[in-house]
Design a protein around this ligand. Structure first.
Ligand code: PRX
Length: 672
């Protein structure tokens, strides 16, 4: 039986033929240059963009990754000025692409669709930028965004970029508590949202969630001054089984604070002079879970992020001017930022922006949309693939998917079974698959295969992108050369790497640079095979990845212990056939706590309310005691074994009371 690593799929000649990079030699030569002469490599790319104050080549790139030598910093093109919205919009319009479609918007209901050209997008961005300015938003101010997948979401981000405001978009699946915490942390005085959105047959009342979040902020002493609301429900088709929109469209508006987008934007001027930003000025921040609980505001800057999102988009998707690209990720995640908004627009691309779900009105919606727009590049997550492959193959095969050339995956390791299904059924063994490994922090892809170059191995992320220098380290920080497995770290920054955590540079240094001086630590493990392919093996810290949503065990544990019935909680990841991982929670009750259905329901509702529906636990087990060392540390390694009912628990001699382990195995719940 050949090992998994020996399955190799070569790029199809039709993909290789016209690819920007189409041979290993070319990749190696470009990669070598990107490491040996980064100034020249990225300098040539940067030249394709507009810089109001030119780049000083003597000051192109500086960094320090070694805490023992001083503070951590990364600077690219420091001192040059530019504006990202200018480069994404005005530059493309000036280059003759004004009438090109920037987005085909496809609504939740198939009857709802529209398109927006570059010229029109520029006008609408300027209008909204002027509205923000009129509301007092200035360069450097944070604007919190809580929006569905609608064109106004893109417009909002670019309007912020136009005037130098820092957008802080929060995924509209987060609860009001989570949103409030993020508004509070970044002190946003302006919020942009929509009244609501249909997702399949479910209605999400976004403005109501914003109202709750704003009320919570006020209680904590932070007042949001303006809330701009897109009136969306009225203009879309409600699902047949849904509540008619007239009943739902009663969004209460607080005079002075709340304003309808449609009432202020059309009147605003369609021109807005861009604010010239320093290359190292922040462009946006985006929260990601931290292993100690409190979310981290990852800060991306203007110049480096722009050229990195643009370059990865171009090469990893091999995007050509007549292609139609579709990334299904929600705009609330980094994938939505880099590969729904910034990367595609920087390349003058035409994208599909999809509001709905893969399951509405039928389970073949993705393939219907690919066929409808003749999509050439399709980018989704393993969890979506695993869900879709459970349905009848006919749902895929009945559609014409011959337009597809490049498929891509992101968010978690893709299991070979899902990879093969994607490759064969969706890609007809003709498309290349890029398994893109990256993080909110990395700004763009860092490990991947390139479609016209690398033979693919199902489940392997592959090779470093240009400018990226991956290293595997053992526990003692020793470099692992050749084949081996260890901590995945990076030895130098590429232009798109985050620069700091909002308001907390110490935490930035501590989280990412303290474990191994001289390296950025991803928090993931990886192995390198004999052919040099990197296989990401998953998190090595206390983080969980549920359907591509990253969260920390600490975050969920602290929410569980907020319940008066729970004295202590320990959460571990359990493998799940569709979600990748799911939450397995152990709880120790308080004296008054009672382990019954009521408690389980309350805990689930509480987690949904405090974090979001995606964080709902799969299993909650009553644990009269937890396996702890004599010093009181919970041994999660053992809990992970209990979660999968694997009695091969290894050495338990350091436990204070080893009988706890057997008790927990014996009392695993029926649904575990
Ligand atoms: O564990 C890795 C996993 O997702 C983490 C980053 O999550 P987030 O910041 O939310 O960004 C997700 C989208 C870029 C990583 O530390 N991950 C992401 N992509 C892959 C992956 N693991 C394996 N293979 C991937 N392709």
């Amino acid at each position: 039986m050949p090992s998994e690593e020996s399955h190799v799929f070569h790029p199809h000649p039709s993909v290789t033929k016209n690819a920007y990079v189409n041979s290993m030699a070319q990749y190696q030569q470009m990669y070598k240059k990107s490491l040996e002469n980064p100034d020249e490599f990225w300098g040539e790319i940067a030249k394709q963009f507009h810089w109001e104050t030119p780049i000083d080549n003597r000051n192109f790139f500086r960094f320090n990754f070694d805490l023992t030598k001083g503070p951590i910093f990364t600077k690219w093109m420091d001192g040059a000025t530019t504006n990202v919205s200018y480069n994404l919009l005005d530059r493309n319009v000036r280059n003759g692409n004004g009438d090109k479609v920037a987005y085909y918007w496809e609504g939740n209901h198939p009857d709802d669709y529209s398109r927006l050209t570059y010229k029109k997008l520029l006008e609408e961005v300027c209008q909204f930028a002027n509205v923000l300015k009129a509301r007092g938003v200035k360069k450097g101010d944070r604007v919190a965004v809580y929006m569905p997948m609608i064109l106004e979401a893109v417009i909002t981000l670019l309007a912020c970029a136009r005037i130098g405001a820092v957008h802080s978009l929060v995924f509209a699946g987060f609860s009001s508590d989570s949103f409030a915490e993020r508004i509070y942390d970044c002190e946003a005085r302006v919020i942009v949202t929509a009244d609501g959105v249909w997702r399949g047959e479910k209605l999400l009342q976004l403005k109501t969630i914003c109202d709750q979040a704003m009320a919570k902020c006020s209680k904590d002493g932070h007042n949001v001054e303006t809330c701009i609301v897109v009136s969306h429900l009225e203009r879309v088709t409600a699902p047949k089984s849904g509540v008619p929109h007239k009943q739902t469209n009663k969004t209460p508006m607080i005079p002075g604070r709340d304003v309808w987008w449609q009432e202020v934007v059309p009147q605003a001027s369609t021109s807005c002079y861009p604010e010239w930003m320093q290359a190292e000025d922040p462009l946006f921040m985006l929260y990601t879970s931290g292993s100690t609980g409190k979310p981290k505001g990852v800060v991306h800057t203007t110049g480096g992020y722009m050229i990195y999102a643009a370059t990865t988009f171009k090469y990893v998707f091999d995007y050509k001017p007549n292609d139609v690209y579709w990334c299904t990720a929600d705009i609330g995640w980094i994938t939505g930022h880099s590969y729904v908004v910034y990367g595609p627009l920087a390349n003058g691309a035409t994208s599909v922006l999809f509001e709905g779900t893969p399951f509405y009105p039928e389970n073949d919606r993705f393939w219907t949309v690919v066929d409808k727009y003749k999509v050439t590049q399709f980018y989704t997550a393993p969890t979506a693939i695993r869900t879709l492959m459970k349905f009848d193959d006919h749902l895929v095969t009945k559609h014409d998917l011959s337009s597809l050339r490049v498929l891509a995956s992101v968010g978690e390791p893709i299991n070979p079974e899902a990879w093969l299904w994607y490759y064969k059924l969706v890609g007809h063994q003709r498309c290349s698959i890029a398994d893109t490994f990256w993080q909110t922090e990395t700004g763009g892809h860092v490990l991947t295969t390139l479609p016209g170059v690398h033979p693919m191995k199902p489940g392997a992320a592959g090779f470093p992108f240009f400018g990226v220098e991956p290293v595997l380290l053992d526990e003692n920080g020793k470099v692992i050369k050749g084949e081996g497995e260890g901590y995945l770290v990076f030895a130098r920054p590429w232009p798109g790497l985050m620069r700091t955590l909002y308001g907390n540079h110490d935490r930035y240094e501590l989280t990412y640079f303290s474990k191994f001086p001289g390296y950025y630590c991803t928090g993931d493990g990886a192995k390198r095979d004999a052919d040099g392919y990197l296989w990401v093996t998953g998190r090595v810290d206390d983080m969980l990845n549920v359907s591509g949503h990253l969260m920390s065990t600490a975050e969920v544990e602290s929410v569980l212990t907020e319940h008066h019935g729970v004295a202590e909680a320990a959460v571990v990841a359990k493998p799940h056939p569709v979600k990748g991982e799911c939450l397995y929670c152990f709880i120790t009750l308080t004296e008054t706590g009672k382990f019954d259905d009521k408690l389980l329901q309350e805990l689930k509702t509480h987690i949904r309310g405090r974090i979001g529906p995606f964080a709902q636990p799969e299993v909650i087990q009553n644990a009269p005691a937890l396996p702890k060392t004599r010093s009181g540390k919970i041994m999660r390694r053992i809990l992970r074994k209990i979660a999968v009912n694997d009695r091969d628990v290894g050495d338990i001699s350091t436990l204070a009371d080893s009988s706890v382990v057997e008790q927990l195995f014996a009392s695993r719940p029926a649904n575990a």
